[in-house]
Design a protein around this ligand. Sequence first.
Ligand SMILES: [Zn+2]
Length: 290
Amino acid sequence: MLKAIDMHVHILTGERAKQGWAPTVKAGLPMNTGKWSSDPDGMAEMYQSLEMMAVIFDVDGETRSGIKIDNSETAAWVKKYPQTFIGFGSVDPWKGKIAVEEVKRCADMGLRGMKFQQAAQGFDPTNERFFPMYEEIVRLKLPVIFHTGTTAVAAGSPGGKGIVLEYCKPIPYIDNLAAWFPEMRIIMAHPSWPWHDDQLAVLRHKGNTYMDLSGWAPKYFPQSTVHNINTLVQDKAFFGTDFPMMTPERWLSEFAELPLKDSVRPKILLLNAAKFLGIEVPSTQTASNS
Ligand SMILES: [Zn+2]
C-alpha cells in the first residue's frame, strides 16, 4: 500500500553522476542518508521498503558550473523503477532555445514536470527572456518546482561563491510568475525561510501555487507554516525530504510531533501529491473526516 509520496528527491546524472556527491558536499550541502545509499538503485530500495514513491530530478546549472547533467538518465531510472520513481526534468534557462527544446524532450521521455533552482542556476525567474520556456512548459502542462528560501549551496563560504538569494523570494518572483502564467502549476520548494510568511501569502492568494516541506527539519518549521498547513493551505502542501540531504525517517519522526489534525496528515503525506500528479490511490485511503 502506497503510504507517501516524497515530492523532492535529488539524483545525479551525466557528468555529475560520474563525479558523485563529493562536489555537492564540498559546495556546502549536508549528506544525511542514514543507513541508505545515495545512488538511485539504493534510493529505489529505500523508497520501496518504506512503501513510498519519490519525485526524482537533477539540476542543470551548466552555464554557472560547466557541468552537464542528462535528463535521459532520470527518465531511465523511472523506466527501471516505474512503481517507485516519478521523474522531473531540469533545464538551464540560460540555454535559451536549447532549453525550450529540452523541455519538450523531457516531456517526450515521460518526465512529468520541471525543476528550477534559481540560486544554483543564477537566474531571475521573472525575466522575459525565459518566457518562451514557460510557454512551452504550459503548453505541455508540466508542473514546475522552484526553489524558495535560503539555500545550503555554498552556505558559509566567502561571498556564498557568488550566489545571490534574491531570486529565491516567493514575493515578488513566484507571485509574479503565478500571476503571469495562471495555467502553470508551481511548487515552491521548502518552507522558504526567512520568507515563509510571504510564501504563505502566495499560497493563499494564487490558486496555481503549492509548496513542498522538504529540506528543512520539521521540528524547525516556522510556527506560521505549521498553523497554515494545518488549516488554510492543507490541500496545497506536500511531504518532501530533499534526500540525500535528509532521510524520510527523520522527516517523518519529526513530522509526527507537529501539532497537526489527524485529517491533515494523510493529505500532506500522500493525498495532495497523488491528486497533483494524477496517481490513483484506493478509495479506502482517500476517506477523510475533515
Ligand atoms: Zn532540493
